[in-house]
Design a protein around this ligand. Sequence first.
Ligand code: NAP
Length: 316
Amino acid sequence: MKDIIIIGATGLVGNTLLNILEKNEFEINNLILVGNKNIGNIIKFQKKDYKIISLESSLQLNLINPIIIFCTQTFVVKQNYQKYLNKFPNCYVIDNSSYFRQTYSIIIPPLNFHLLQNQHIISNPNCVTAGLMMMLYPINKNDKITKIRITSFQSVSGSGHLGQKQLISEQNMNYSNKIYKKQIYNNVIPEIGEIMNDITEEEQKIIYESKKILNNQEIDIYATCVRIPVMSCHSISLEFKTVNNISIDEIKQILVNVKTIKITEELPDYNLIVNTPDIIITRLRKHNNSVFAFISFDNLYRGAAYNVYEIIKLLL
Ligand SMILES: NC(=O)c1ccc[n+]([C@@H]2O[C@H](COP(=O)([O-])OP(=O)(O)OC[C@H]3O[C@@H](n4cnc5c(N)ncnc54)[C@H](OP(=O)(O)O)[C@@H]3O)[C@@H](O)[C@H]2O)c1
């Protein structure tokens, strides 16, 4: 039984995490839900009402070594994580933002939970990295990957509730809720995050995190990230090469043991993927010693909240 604080419980990732925890009947002692604009609102969890409280109020509570989960933007983590460490010295902090990804191990439980050791701050990966690594990490263990090229197709939920709000508004011909530089309805935007020296923030995150998780700084990796007018779920068009020119049969043999990965010849269907931890790999093929594949998954579920859930399970 643990005390759990979810900061950003009203956002897309926080809400998805609550849905996962609710289904799995976790034994939670105290569940504390923290928000900002939604303070005072009620969220139902396992048939009980929970009031959203402020971050400052959560710091007044007497809790025992809580697990603190940040489902907020980076600046909220930066300004506040130390207050929690001071108040609850033996707590665990799990961060969904990118704030700690350069300083602490990025944990994906089925792949690298051994890195956690005595670390009390735990970084969750970027959503694209999470889906990509679930496929590439086990392959890389068998035959070292030398080159990766990806193009991502990322839904608006990747930008949080404001991304979904812009798409829905524009579908209704209201163009006032703008977080993207361009209209997203009926459009594509090949730029996610600020762009510097020809590379966007999102592309940089994927490149940095993949090298770190695969523990290979030499890997030749490059990415193009595209925002598309879809409410939820991301896809990745992937090309990669390995030292020993891995075959499709070998890849299938390796991935058959990875729970939640499904290799199929069927086309992906976001209606079936949403709210699941599944990673659908289709169009798996080879051309000129490169492997090609198309990967689809729910960015909020597989790409964020389910990873947190798997970490919590191991901490309990
Ligand atoms: N969306 C994805 O696919 C995805 C995937 C992986 C990682 N992430 C990362 O996860 C984090 C959350 O993303 P999201 O998509 O869930 O964003 P979101 O839908 O915009 O939710 C943001 C949440 O943060 C809360 N918040 C903001 N300022 C706060 C403050 N000062 N004190 C307490 N709570 C505060 C908001 O509360 P109110 O609503 O009450 O204002 C809301 O619950 C981000 O760092 C994001 O980069 C997102």
